[in-house]
Ligand binder design. Structure first.
Ligand code: ADP
Ligand code: ADP
Length: 237
């Protein structure tokens, strides 16, 4: 199976402290991989090193390699802005920009220089539909994204990531700040998206991992201690 991202013997240091001790993990195309483990085990640190979000934290050192479509993302040649478009990120707290739903969704396309109004309109509709928030937003596209509920805001953020048609989506506990109804809508969305995207999701919710993921990777104290097909894991021996 083709892998979108492959981490090989990846170590990450915050200053002197080694937070990840040589992680080997590949993300198979069109599959959902859940990153599981107790708080502080390194899940978010690992997730953020897959699209260089760690660049934002001072004093981080990484050894080993992380390859995206065969290219080492920590190589000086890497175009980091493009990488973050190809490998999009959804955070725990919904973080729409303080402008309209429409302008949120087209943000990445604007950065790419897309000006064709018809194309922008089309991409807005498509992305909001894919993120299962079109019905609630279609008559309010010019309203501030901040006027929507937390669950709707999170789906608008997912639409914003989808609008640039990334290859991979990184999600850091995307439903843990949400009510059960919104969470389950986002889970449904993720299952729908599977045919088009590759997903890595940090979750502390085993039921969620069982419902949506194809693979489960367990972190403990900065080590990856086990990776298995999720179906195998939840079968009693
Ligand atoms: P998890 O996502 O599993 O809760 P984290 O990746 O957030 O774990 O944290 C892994 C370890 O790295 C923890 O010991 C945490 O305190 C440490 N850590 C996380 N972020 C930073 C940071 N910016 N600076 C220093 N240490 C950090
Ligand atoms: P979560 O468990 O939801 O990933 P954390 O509470 O571990 O969140 O971390 C929240 C923020 O604090 C993150 O940006 C992380 O990088 C930073 N952080 C976590 N642990 C440390 C630490 N020991 N020193 C400095 N920053 C940290």
């Amino acid at each position: 199976m083709e892998n979108v991202i492959t981490a090989e013997n990846m170590r990450l240091y915050y200053g002197e402290k080694e937070a990840l001790h040589g992680i080997n993990l590949a993300f198979p195309k069109n599959q959902i991989t859940a990153l599981l483990g107790p708080s502080g085990s390194g899940k978010s640190t690992f997730l953020r090193s897959l699209n260089r979000m760690n660049d934002l934290i001072p004093d981080v050192t990484i050894t080993g390699s992380v390859k995206f479509e065969g290219q080492d993302i920590y190589s000086p040649k890497m175009d980091v802005v493009n990488l973050r478009k190809r490998v999009g990120m959804v955070f725990q707290q919904p973080n729409p920009f303080p402008f309209s739903v429409y302008d949120n969704v087209i943000y990445g396309l604007k950065l790419e220089g897309v000006k064709d109004k018809k194309l922008l309109d089309q991409r807005v509709e498509e992305s909001l539909k894919q993120a299962a928030v079109w019905d609630e937003t279609k008559d309010h596209l010019k309203e501030s994204a901040l006027s929507f509920s937390g669950g709707q805001q999170q789906r608008i953020c997912i639409a914003r990531v989808l609008a640039v048609q990334p290859d991979m989506i990184l999600m850091d506990e995307p439903t843990s700040a949400l009510d059960p109804v919104s969470s389950s809508k986002i889970e449904d969305t993720m299952l729908e998206l599977k045919n088009d995207y590759t997903v890595a999701i940090v979750t502390h919710n085993m039921q969620q991992a069982a419902r949506i993921s194809d693979y489960s990777a367990f972190f403990l104290n900065g080590d990856l201690i086990e990776t298995e097909a999720t179906q195998q894991m939840f079968v009693n021996p």
